[in-house]
Design a protein around this ligand. Structure first.
Ligand code: SAH
Length: 380
């Protein structure tokens, strides 16, 4: 302990974090300053192409403007608390969020792509029975800066010292903590920055939003930005889905499937939907479930992603045996449904699907409800 601890003086006036602004927002910001809109494009390129956060380095911007920007604005990605590497190349970061919480973000390289899985909320307000994030409760939505900042930070870290990170991130999935469609206000500008040529310039087919099925927001997302969609289905009928994904009680499967069909309509590119299905031993992995699932999605341009359940302490579920997953996949394929069994990655550092936790100052008091075992759960 130092005899003269450093005092913390909160900033009197908050500076604008430019990571909160997509191209449209950034142009409006510069116009408000009395500048030409193309200044926005220059600054975006500095931030996202060159990884610059210091206005002084933006050499094609006039000195007076750089000085003014340094006074009123900042480029502030989340701070890294820890960075862990798995033996399979997966890397996980814990990022500090304003207000004392932290969230996790995972990089998953394979032969074809460098995927980053990012979070959209501190915790999650939904209550899926098999998900570790749900147990952590919910604190708040992330800002656009906190969402795009994960990608910014990850890219810098990967380019710096990851053996497979040389090309940076090629694919982004919003499959970390949180329900992206319950945070549209911040998520949509972040998605726009991901696919904008002045931002990260990712292919829109390589940016995927995953939802538990917030039906009205699926239509809003389709109208707002052109990216890919994944739907966390996990059960082929309402009775089972009501228990695993309680949101189903508000938006049952029929409504969800209708929203999926609307999503697939229009547009001029060939679209498909990815259905995610977590394989829970003895709960949703029986041949009858596979047949029901095939009937549900068989006539859609769809892929089914079978995710082996990743256990966490006190989950009460078990992962389906490999043979059950193979049998399930075969039933789907025999009925013409494209099905893949996802390999589990990064489980030695708790970085696999549904294991992301972070530090959530829970405001939902959800833990109280876990005193009793719930549907399909076994006492462990
Ligand atoms: N709320 C969104 C985004 C989170 S995505 C959604 O539900 O789609 C996280 C994905 O991992 C979802 O498909 C989720 O159902 C799955 N998942 C959650 N917990 C898991 C676990 N313990 N093992 C495997 N997959 C899990």
């Amino acid at each position: 302990m130092s005899a003269h601890p450093v005092k913390f003086f909160p900033r009197v006036e908050q500076r604008a974090n430019l990571l909160d602004l997509d191209r449209e927002g950034m142009r409006a910001f510069f116009v408000e300053l009395g500048e030409k809109p193309f200044r926005a494009d220059q600054v975006l390129k500095w931030i996202y192409h060159h990884g610059v956060t210091d206005f002084a380095e933006m050499t094609n911007v006039s000195r007076p403007l750089r000085e003014r920007l340094a006074e009123i604005a900042e480029i502030r990605p989340p701070e890294t608390i820890t960075c862990q590497d798995s033996k399979d190349g997966t890397r996980k970061w814990l990022f500090r969020m304003d207000g004392g919480n932290s969230i996790e973000c995972v990089f998953i390289p394979d032969e074809e792509r460098n995927t980053l899985c990012i979070s959209t909320q501190v915790g999650c307000a939904l209550d899926c029975s098999f998900c570790a994030t749900a147990r952590a409760g919910f604190n708040r939505n992330l800002t656009t800066a906190e969402i795009i900042g994960q990608l910014w930070r990850a890219n810098r870290s990967l380019l710096h010292d990851h053996p497979q990170g040389a090309g940076g991130v090629s694919n982004v999935v919003l499959m970390g903590m949180g329900e992206p469609l319950l945070n549209m206000k911040a998520v949509v500008p972040a998605l726009k920055l991901m696919i904008d040529d002045f931002g990260f310039g990712l292919s829109k087919r390589h940016v995927t939003v995953s939802t538990s099925g917030v039906v009205p927001k699926m239509d809003k997302l389709r109208d707002a930005v052109d990216v890919s969609l994944a739907v966390s289905l996990h059960a082929p009928n309402d009775e089972l889905r009501n228990e695993l994904v309680p949101l189903n009680r508000s938006h049952p499967i029929e409504e969800l499937m209708a929203a999926c069909r609307r999503w697939l309509e229009g547009g001029n590119r060939k679209k498909h939907i990815m259905f995610e299905y977590v394989m829970l031993d003895g709960v949703n992995d029986q041949p009858g479930h596979a047949r029901e699932l095939a009937a549900l999605v068989g006539d859609m341009p769809a892929k089914v992603n079978l995710i082996p359940f990743n256990p966490f302490e006190g989950s009460g579920y078990r992962r389906s045996p490999e043979e059950a997953i193979e049998r399930f996949a075969k039933i789907l394929r025999d009925r013409g449904v494209f099905a893949i069994a996802r390999r589990t990655r990064g489980d030695d550092i708790d970085a696999a699907c549904g294991q992301l936790a972070g530090e959530v100052e829970d405001r939902s008091k959800r833990w109280r409800r876990f005193a009793e075992p719930r549907f399909g759960e076994r006492a462990s």
